[in-house]
Design a protein around this ligand. Structure first.
Ligand code: FAD
Length: 292
């Protein structure tokens, strides 16, 4: 199929993009890498009247260190994240995760801003944003808003972005010095969207989690940080506790059934991911073996 007819405008600056968004609001769509927008238009899932191409706005591109914080421009491509030495040092979770986003051809065009604005619940990056305590920076003609990642994702393909707002950057705070991370996903083939996945960042002292940000993806309508995970923090992790938490996780998650997997299978995979994550981050292979 082909997209419905649409008008096209190439924004020359952020100010110009915001003017266009203010004038056309809900009838316009921003074009970044086009890797999700164009397929959706070609399938006529959406038919915007105007496409606002922001691809030439240089100020939206790049990775900059500001003190302890890393600022990533919305147009920074997946491949740039993957190859960035700053991200590898500052937020290694993101480097691990982005290797699972699609394939090289898509990573060469797709952007972090487009990925987060698209808000696919099976996507790796939204979950990383919660695990890394990111702030999403959005702008409209009325000014700038800084939205915590945990408040940004509202549902399937739904975010806190208003129709006249542009996602301009993502800010990642510095991880604690002794932080470690875990990333794993189950997918039919490497590069496919996940059937179930987990992104986590933790600090561990004397075999105990002092902090644990454990966020699942593809098991709900947005990234999910279950309450059950809280029981792992400041607690001696025993096999009995893991059984309790697995049961609480099963109750708390409400994963979808689709062509890829049933809800029951996703619940099971989430338990496996949680167990592997705890076992890996604590260096406790005994916990994983007991769960098998
Ligand atoms: P676009 O397609 O240009 O835009 C996506 C949406 O975001 C549109 O609604 C657009 O209007 C809006 N938007 C874009 N930029 C902004 C902005 N700055 N401010 C406000 N709104 C904006 N993704 C994964 O995470 N994991 C995968 O495994 C994966 N596999 C894929 C496999 C295939 C075959 C394909 C085609 C895509 C896959 N993707 C996957 C999606 C890919 O990562 C996209 O690049 C990403 O989701 C969207 O980024 P984009 O820059 O292409 O955005």
């Amino acid at each position: 199929m082909k997209a419905s007819a649409f008008a096209y405008a190439r924004a020359t600056s952020v100010g110009n993009a915001l003017e266009l968004l203010a004038a056309h609001g809900g009838k316009a769509k921003v074009l970044s890498g086009g890797q999700s927008l164009m397929p959706a238009m070609n399938l006529r899932l959406i038919s915007p009247e105007l496409i606002i191409d922001i691809g030439e706005i240089g100020e939206l591109r790049g990775i900059a260190r500001r003190g302890e914080m890393l600022s990533i421009g919305a147009l920074t491509r997946h491949v740039d994240l993957l190859k960035s030495p700053e991200i590898a040092v500052h937020s290694p979770l993101l480097t691990k995760a982005v290797a699972h986003v699609a394939h090289p051809a898509i990573r060469n065009r797709g952007t972090i801003g487009g990925n987060l604005a698209h808000a696919d619940p099976a996507s790796e990056l939204p979950a990383c944003m919660l695990a890394l305590d990111a702030t999403i920076v959005v702008r409209s003609q009325s000014g700038e808003r800084r939205i915590s990642a945990k408040d940004f994702f509202k549902g399937i393909y739904e975010t806190a972005l208003a129709a006249d707002e542009l996602l301009v950057a993502v800010e990642l705070p510095g991880a604690p010095k002794n932080a470690s991370c875990f990333f794993h996903e189950f997918a039919r083939r490497h590069g496919d969207y996940a059937i179930a996945g987990l992104a986590a960042q933790a600090t561990v002292k004397d075999g105990i989690f002092t902090d644990l940000r454990m966020v699942f993806f593809a098991v709900g309508d947005r990234p999910v940080w279950p309450n059950a995970v809280g029981k792992l923090v400041n607690a001696a992790i025993t096999p009995a506790l893991m059984v309790d938490i697995s049961a609480a996780l099963r109750e708390e998650l409400d994963p979808p059934t689709d062509q890829q997997a049933s809800s029951t299978m996703r619940r099971h995979l989430a338990k496996v991911l949680m167990t592997r994550c705890v076992s890996t981050l604590l260096g406790r292979p005994d916990l994983d073996a007991r769960a098998a």
